[in-house]
Design a protein around this ligand. Structure first.
Ligand SMILES: [Zn+2]
Length: 337
């Protein structure tokens, strides 16, 4: 039996509103008890393989459904822009946007971090963290404990579906950025890049720092703390490290792929409304409507910046050898000492 719940209904309304202006696809169907949950993928813009791609993923951790909601709110904005904003339409003719707002629909429906099998999808890949001993780093003890990695031999359907989307719609592009939206404890909104599994620079560290500096210069008062995820913690099974390793093996010198994670700081909501502590979603989700609206608005500037930076990459993605080693040295001092 097909399932209905508010976030899925909202997504299906948006898909309907896009109509033939978007390509939509059910990339997987997840069974939970006697219910069936679709995972939708929506793509907009050029279908040419050589255009830059910006992709959004949300709801990997079902409890952090704010990520899904931010993406859907952004999609709604785009849907309206397409009616009148010639510049935005022209931008889409030269680029592609990909959206999977509900990666873990069962988790969003149940309000759980893990999927219906008790697996934490962001611990589910075969990548082993270097030097991680904490439970939150991912374990195979029991699905009854949080951060369970799942089976050694096969990844979960939701994780595989995410990987397929990235391989099909992102890896074919010469230049791509992925943004995976989460929420977690903290006072700041964090923008993380790989690695999550080890405390060493990743192959695109120079481009990442150049992009960060461009962002810092253009939006001096932006709210993000930008750093490698391993600065915060090292984990097993990260899906983005897994996809990145795969990408580097296939396309190392010729293409560029930056998988970013936006971790929205939930203490921001808690401090302003302690009632959040008492609600099931509370720590991971702003409760008051005006605060929710503020979260939506807050990140659209970042999305827009990333989209434009993909269309005009000269300053950050086309570095010569000298610039590359300049940024690599600078990144080492900034993040890895
Ligand atoms: Zn998360």
């Amino acid at each position: 039996m097909g399932i209905k719940f508010p976030e899925l209904e909202q997504l299906e309304r948006i898909i309907e509103q896009f109509g033939d202006r978007a390509q939509t696809q059910v990339i997987e169907r997840i069974q939970y008890k006697n219910l069936e949950f679709p995972i939708h993928c929506i793509t907009l813009g050029s279908t040419e393989p050589d255009v830059p791609v910006l992709a959004f993923f949300g709801g990997v951790h079902g409890l952090e459904k704010i990520g899904s909601e931010v993406i859907m709110s952004f999609m709604q904005t785009i849907c309206e822009l397409l009616d009148w904003d010639g510049e935005f339409v022209a931008r889409l003719e030269k680029s592609r946007l990909v959206f999977v707002p509900l990666v873990n629909p069962v988790g969003v429906y149940l309000g759980t971090r893990s999927n219906g099998n008790g697996v934490d999808l962001m611990r589910n890949s075969p990548v082993e963290g270097i030097g991680t001993t904490r439970l939150y780093g991912g374990h195979r003890i029991s699905p009854l404990l949080p951060w369970y990695r799942g089976d050694t031999l096969k990844m979960e359907k939701e994780a595989l579906a995410l990987c397929r989307v990235v391989e099909q719609h992102v890896f074919n592009s010469p230049l791509s950025i992925v943004l995976d939206l989460h929420s977690g404890f903290g006072l700041k909104d964090r923008l993380w890049f790989p690695y999550a599994s080890r405390k060493t620079p990743y192959p695109y560290i120079a481009e990442t720092l150049a992009l960060k500096e461009l962002f810092d210069r253009c939006y001096r008062h932006h709210v993000y703390k930008i750093e490698p995820m391993c600065k915060e913690y090292v984990i097993n099974g990260d899906l983005w490290d897994y996809l990145l390793n795969d990408f580097v093996q296939q396309f190392a010198g010729e293409r560029l792929f930056l998988p970013l994670t936006l971790e929205m700081g939930s203490w921001l909501w808690l401090r302003k409304n302690p009632r959040n502590l008492l609600s099931r979603h509370g720590l991971f989700h702003p409760l008051l409507p005006h605060r929710l609206q503020r979260v939506f608005r807050r990140h659209f500037m970042l999305f827009d910046f990333l989209h434009r930076s993909l269309l005009y990459p000269d300053q950050w993605a086309r570095l010569d050898t000298g610039q590359k080693s300049h940024y690599e040295n600078k990144a080492s001092r900034l993040w890895y000492e």
